[in-house]
Design a binder for this molecule. Sequence first.
Ligand code: 5GP
Ligand code: ZN
Length: 136
Amino acid sequence: MDNCIFCKIVSGAIPCTKIFENDHVLAFLDIAPLADGHTLVIPKAHFATMFDMPAELAGKLGETLPKLAQAICKATNTTACNIFQNNGRPAGQLVDHLHFHIVPRTPGDGIIRLGEQSPYPAGRMDKVAQAIISNL
Ligand code: 5GP
Ligand code: ZN
């Protein structure tokens, strides 16, 4: 993709601070980290979101995450991290080349807060589950 910043990083047209690569996957430090060691893990091939990604490639990407997360946590002296992935603008995606974030966490850092959560009203949970299952 000509106008994709992460494709340009894969091709070497834009530099990155690389921490890992194999035939399918590249991992590099986020340029504006939530914490030291905040890493982006991307497929070398361009897919905008998880919706577009072939399952086999999702597997190849996913299998790199445990080792990367362990190394990132060790290097930043913690045992906690968030691994997350945004799909679409309402979900916070700014770069339209699929990527996982790995963000090391330390007690009280407060850098990622989930929104307010509340239980389902009676009967709704089963309906939502059925709707999802019928789309699988
Ligand atoms: P998103 O919001 O799409 O899930 O996250 C995009 C991430 O890419 C952001 O955390 C942002 O700091 C990072 N980013 C954007 N442009 C560049 C870049 O040119 N180099 C690097 N290393 N990270 C980038
Ligand atoms: Zn791309």
